[in-house]
Design a binder for this molecule. Structure first.
Ligand code: ATP
Length: 247
C-alpha cells in the first residue's frame, strides 16, 4: 500500500544544511493502522509532508499503491492528494460557513466529483461516526470530539487509499481523544481504511497495529501490537520511550 524506501530529506537554512530524514524505510499494508512516534524534532511531520508530496524529497522512493510519487507531474500529484489521500489535522480545519455534511463533502466538491453516490457516502459516513443528528449544524455549534469525527469522515469521502493524520488527538481532552481513536478503529473495521498517524500520545498509539519510533533521522525501533492487549502495548511503548532517553 505505502512503501517508503531510504528516504532522505534535508532543509537548507542560509548556508547550513540540516539533514532531518537520513534513510527512513517503512511499509504500511492495506487496512493497517500505524503510528509514528519520536522526540520533538525527530522528523515526524517532515515524513508526513514528504508522503503527502507537500515538500520535495532529496532521495529515496515513496510508493503509494502502484505509483512512485517522485515520477508524477504536479497535476497528477494534486489528483493523488485529492483522491487517494485523506487528511486529518490537529486543528480539524473545518470551514465555518459549511455544515457538517457540507464539510464532509468538501474534498468531493473541490475535486468536482459530487454525485448522488458521494452524497450517499457522506450520509453513510455520518452514520458510521454517529454524527447524523448534527449533520446540518455548523462547526461553531458542535463539540471538539464531534468536529474531529467530522474531520475523519471528510478524510474518507473519496475512498482514499491512505489516511494521513498529524497529531489528531493533540488538542483534545481524553474523552474526545478516545472518540477520535474509536472513529479510526471504525474506519478500519467498517470501511477497510488504512491509517498512518503521527502522534506524541502513547494512549492513541496503543490502539495501532504497529508503532514506528523515529530518532535522529531514522527508524529507531518498530513495535508490533500482535495479540498484546492495549494497556500492555501502551506500557511497552512507554518503556521503549524511556529506553530511548537512557541511550
Ligand atoms: N521548513 C523548514 N525549514 C527548516 N527546518 C525545518 C523546516 N521544517 C522543519 N524543520 C526542522 O526539521 C526538524 C524536524 O521537524 P519536524 O517538524 O519534522 O519534527 P517533528 O518530529 O514533527 O517535531 P514535533 O514533534 O515537535 O512536531 C526540526 O529540527 C525542525 O526545526
Amino acid at each position: 500500500m505505502l512503501t517508503v524506501k531510504d528516504l532522505h530529506k534535508s532543509y537548507q537554512v542560509g548556508k547550513t544544511t540540516y539533514e532531518v530524514l537520513k534513510g527512513v524505510s517503512l511499509t504500511v499494508e492495506k487496512g493497517e493502522f500505524v503510528a509514528v512516534m519520536g522526540p520533538s524534532g525527530s522528523g515526524k511531520t517532515t515524513l508526513l509532508n514528504c508522503i503527502s508530496c507537500y515538500i520535495p524529497i532529496d532521495s529515496g522512493e515513496i510508493t503509494l499503491g502502484e505509483k512512485q510519487l517522485a515520477d508524477l507531474s504536479e497535476d497528477a500529484l494534486a489528483k493523488v492528494r485529492n483522491r487517494q489521500l485523506g487528511f486529518v489535522f490537529q486543528d480539524f480545519l473545518l470551514l465555518d460557513g459549511l455544515t457538517v455534511r457540507e464539510n464532509i463533502l468538501l474534498p468531493a466538491i473541490i475535486g468536482g466529483t459530487v454525485t448522488s453516490q458521494t452524497e450517499a457516502r457522506a450520509d453513510q459516513l455520518c452514520d458510521v461516526f454517529g454524527i447524523t443528528a448534527i449533520r446540518d449544524k455548523y462547526p461553531a455549534e458542535i463539540s471538539g470530539g464531534e468536529k474531529q469525527r467530522c474531520a475523519v469522515a471528510r478524510a474518507l469521502i473519496n475512498h482514499p487509499l491512505l489516511i494521513l493524520a498529524d497529531e489528531p488527538t493533540g488538542n483534545l481532552d481524553s474523552k474526545s481523544s478516545r472518540a477520535v481513536i474509536r472513529s479510526f478503529e471504525q474506519a478500519k473495521a467498517s470501511l477497510e481504511a488504512t491509517i498512518f498517524m503521527v502522534t506524541h500520545d502513547s494512549f492513541a498509539a496503543s490502539f495501532c497495529d504497529r508503532v514506528v519510533i523515529l530518532r535522529d533521522g531514522g527508524v529507531w525501533r518498530t513495535l508490533e501490537k500482535g495479540s498484546t492487549d492495549r494497556a500492555a502495548f501502551q506500557d511497552a511503548l512507554l518503556d521503549a520511550i524511556r529506553d530511548m532517553g537512557k541511550e
